[in-house]
Design a protein around this ligand. Sequence first.
Ligand SMILES: Cc1cc2nc3c(=O)[nH]c(=O)nc-3n(C[C@H](O)[C@H](O)[C@H](O)COP(=O)(O)OP(=O)(O)OC[C@H]3O[C@@H](n4cnc5c(N)ncnc54)[C@H](O)[C@@H]3O)c2cc1C
Length: 303
Amino acid sequence: MSAVANLFDKAIAASLPLIPKAIVRRFARRYVAGEHLEDAVARVKELKSWGASATLDVLGEEIESIEAGERARLDYLRVLEVIKDEALDANISIKLTAFGLKLDPEATYSRVRDVVQRAREFSNFVRIDMEDSSTTTATIEIYRRLRAEGFDNIGLVLQAYMRRSLADVEALSELVPSYRLCKGIYVEPEEVAYKEFGEVSDNFIAVLEKMLETKSYVGIATHDHALAKRAEKAIAERGTDVSSYEFQMLLGVDQPLGTRLMEAGHNLRVYVPFGDEWYLYCMRRLKENPKIGRYVLFGLFKR
Ligand SMILES: Cc1cc2nc3c(=O)[nH]c(=O)nc-3n(C[C@H](O)[C@H](O)[C@H](O)COP(=O)(O)OP(=O)(O)OC[C@H]3O[C@@H](n4cnc5c(N)ncnc54)[C@H](O)[C@@H]3O)c2cc1C
């Protein structure tokens, strides 16, 4: 990205907190299902009638108190209950820092274990989102520990911008993990992450090919049309069965791409965030990745 575009993004990000919350709420409505679980349930049903499945995310990250980690556990247990009662085509995505990873890793493990166990009882699945690079090793450790305990209804996310991802796939290959592969949303130093657009895309395909080669299930999470096409080519060349992968997108982003992918015969899962922390979530996302500020601004002008 040019220095001017970079400065422009930073200026947008800096001014976003000045936009009245009511306006941000209008923007957020497209990308966040709502404040309540019922809002998310309604969205999941809409998505189903469109042809897509869902993954539910209770908004919240990096907590400051142990009680908040307990709340995450209870919130997710309730989500699992409702998915079962309403027979929704949905699993869940969790962030370990919302369960207390940075405060108390052992307590985090036990809370996450509870959720994974309940999900298993309900024949459901838990995807562990990947957060910034300070948490990568700890996240993979928790995943390994759960697998060692016999839980196989869990999956991991790897980020294509991370230089280590290809090596992570190799190191984890004997577990044949279920993955989500995405570019990565956090701002990372050059030592750990590829920074150039083309490098990230090339690594995405290299990691995807390694995941497919090692027989992992892959959730291909992207809205980048060119990258989706390259992924489709990699899938076709290997003759990968449709039951071995899916495409994944974020709620409210590029529905035409989702329609195109489903019409081409691929399965699609949509990430549905909800909860009362929507404002914080939006603002944190914007701070972490000013590029998204552009989407907010353009979204406002499009209305
Ligand atoms: C289902 C799903 C789960 C994810 N989970 C994680 C995770 O666990 N950890 C992590 O670090 N990252 C996660 N991400 C985010 C991901 O890493 C990227 O930052 C994000 O998807 C943008 O990359 P892209 O591949 O869509 O390509 P880009 O080239 O960045 O985007 C392509 C186009 O998509 C549109 N677009 C992309 N993102 C948005 C957005 N948020 N709002 C509006 N428009 C948008 C824009 O029009 C853009 O031009 C996830 C993404 C998806 C789709």
